[in-house]
Design a protein around this ligand. Structure first.
Ligand SMILES: [Zn+2]
Length: 259
């Protein structure tokens, strides 16, 4: 079965042998050989979801490890995972939309279904990060703030940091009210490439372009910013899309430093 998994990685991240990372496919074959939807209930803490997490981590070569997630709230809080004794269940209660860690052997991740999942990596200091950047988080400058936090906490040099944008709703499909783009207009008054006009009172927002601008504003080099370029809403890859389907499953984007 073509799970779509192989292509849903960042080639550029594959050049770092110390990293494991992946974006989850929609379908997988369970132990009974049946095709099943992966994370069809998102991050709901059910036994089924726990099984799915276990299956997916094993599939990408991570065994006997818990997945560290935060309680995503469309904000700009950044959680620094620096206590190796901290349980994943505790971290899961923390309201935040980004995690950073230097601890190896602990996969961190973000669940999305149209919002932009972002992975960051500092190859010199071995700092990994996972970011949930939807419209609200992007308007609050979450990527910019994550890079600033990497500088403050770890001493990162932004020009050495690499960032990857996973599958999200594209500028082709992300129609929003004009009021929704106002915060971006205020943040980037001189930029025009992150939206285009739609029907009266509407705009098409380009989340990737906004986050690229924020990453560059934080000091990242354009050549260190990568994007998968799959639109969750219209891609033939049949990714979960809240816009297209309403209640739906979630895509897991995960990264780990090998122990
Ligand atoms: Zn699209």
């Amino acid at each position: 079965m073509d799970s779509g998994l192989e292509k849903l990685r960042f080639d550029e991240f594959e050049t770092f042998p110390e990293l494991v990372h992946a974006v989850s496919p929609r379908y997988f074959k369970n132990d009974q050989g049946e095709v099943e939807e992966l994370f069809d209930r998102g991050n709901d803490n059910s036994e089924k979801t726990k099984e799915h997490v276990k299956w997916f981590l094993k599939f990408i070569g991570i065994e006997n490890q818990s997945l560290f997630l935060v309680n995503q709230v469309h904000g700009d809080n950044i959680f620094i995972l620096d206590d190796p004794a901290l349980e994943f269940s505790e971290v899961g209660k923390v309201p935040a939309d980004a995690l950073l860690t230097q601890i190896s052997g602990k996969p961190i991740g973000i669940f999305t279904a149209d919002c932009l999942p972002i992975l960051v990596y500092d190859p010199r200091l071995k700092v990994i990060g996972a970011i949930h950047a939807g419209r609200l988080g992007s308007a609050k400058g979450i990527v910019f703030k994550v890079v600033r936090e990497m500088v403050r906490v770890y001493g990162s040099h932004p020009e050495e940091v690499v960032v990857g944008f996973g599958p999200a709703i594209g500028k082709c499909c992300y129609e929003v009210g004009e009021d929704c783009v106002q915060p971006f207009k205020e943040s980037f008054p001189d930029e025009i490439n992150w939206f285009r006009s739609g029907p009266p009172g509407k705009c098409f927002l380009d989340l990737i372009a906004v986050n690229k601008m924020e990453a560059e504003k934080a000091g990242l080099l354009p050549e260190n910013i990568f994007s998968m370029g799959h639109c969750t809403c219209c891609s033939t890859r049949n990714l979960y899309s809240y816009r297209r389907e309403g209640e739906t499953g979630r895509i897991l984007t995960t990264i780990m430093l090998r122990p």
